[in-house]
Ligand binder design. Structure first.
Ligand code: DGL
Length: 276
């Protein structure tokens, strides 16, 4: 059978918010989702560790037949993507491609702000990489980027505490800390694929006039555009409208949580990432 799915990767569940938008936009393709739940979170880990974990997952997705992979994780996109694209890909799979979520987002983010001041909420790893500041300055040199790391948000989401009262404390605190950096901020980007689950709570603490942006639709539009500009890649990706889900941790746990992120029930299988 012609099965060459598009691989969607995240450290855990967050990438499912991106996959959801991608499947809505491009329903004909086959997709395989890999969540590295056994080693999540990535956001607090070193460059070397995130790179090593991400490369292992990319190689596994290639071994499943994926010609194209989207790193639906800002932390992996910030810390591992460039090295994988430049150093590893030419050796391990020169015909294949790995895309991230930061570039498509920074190509658009300046269009949302009128005051030319954007706030970024992300993991510590993404913030420390400065990727959003560097990339935004390429596309929108007159837009200021203010960043704030929210180290408690991924654990709240991964532990299904995002709607509980504990989340209110951290959401309010982090929003206030971000907004204290500049009174010009009129746009806040959720630069972590886990954060859309906290969107209702975040809106509760946002002053009027500040808009909240999630990445799912931006990344989906960008992937559609990429496939249009690279028809040879579009042809290599198979189109049977299938979806499969893999986790490096327990499938029962994954299935119990994944639906909240993906918007419908998910049935996953376990992988140890062995390349056999
Ligand atoms: N979902 C990942 C991101 O977009 C981060 C989660 C983690 O820390 O593992 O950055």
């Amino acid at each position: 059978m012609n099965h060459h799915p598009i691989g969607i990767f995240d450290s855990g569940y967050g990438g499912l918010t991106v996959l959801r938008s991608i499947v809505e936009k491009l329903p004909a393709y086959d997709y395989i989702y890999l969540g590295d739940n056994a080693r999540t979170p990535y956001g607090t880990r070193s460059f070397e560790t995130v790179y090593h974990y991400t490369l292992e997952c990319v190689q596994w997705l290639f071994a499943q037949g994926c010609p194209l992979i989207v790193l639906a994780c800002n932390t992996a996109s910030a810390k591992a993507l460039r090295t994988i694209q430049q150093k590893d890909l030419p050796h391990i799979a020169p015909q294949n491609r790995v895309l991230g979520v930061i570039r498509p987002t920074t190509e658009k983010i300046g269009m949302f702000t009128k005051t030319k001041a954007v706030g970024i909420l992300a993991t510590k790893g993404t913030v420390l990489s400065d990727s959003y500041v560097i990339e935004t300055s390429k596309f929108f040199p007159d837009t200021e980027v203010y960043q704030h790391a929210c180290p408690m948000w991924v654990p709240l989401v991964e532990n299904n505490e995002h709607s509980g009262p504990g989340a209110d404390y951290f959401v309010q605190k982090d929003i206030n800390e971000l907004l204290s950096l500049s009174d010009k901020i009129d746009t806040i980007l959720l630069a972590c694929t886990h954060y859309p689950l906290l969107a209702d709570k975040i809106r509760k603490y946002l002053p009027d006039g500040i808009q909240l942006i999630s990445q799912g639709d931006i990344v989906a539009d960008s992937l559609a555009d990429y496939l249009q500009r690279h028809p040879e890649m579009g042809r290599r990706c198979s189109k049977n409208a299938s979806l499969s889900f893999y986790t490096t941790d327990a499938p029962a746990d994954f299935d119990a949580h994944a639906g909240i992120f993906f918007g419908r029930k998910v049935k996953s299988a376990h992988t140890s990432l062995a390349l056999v």
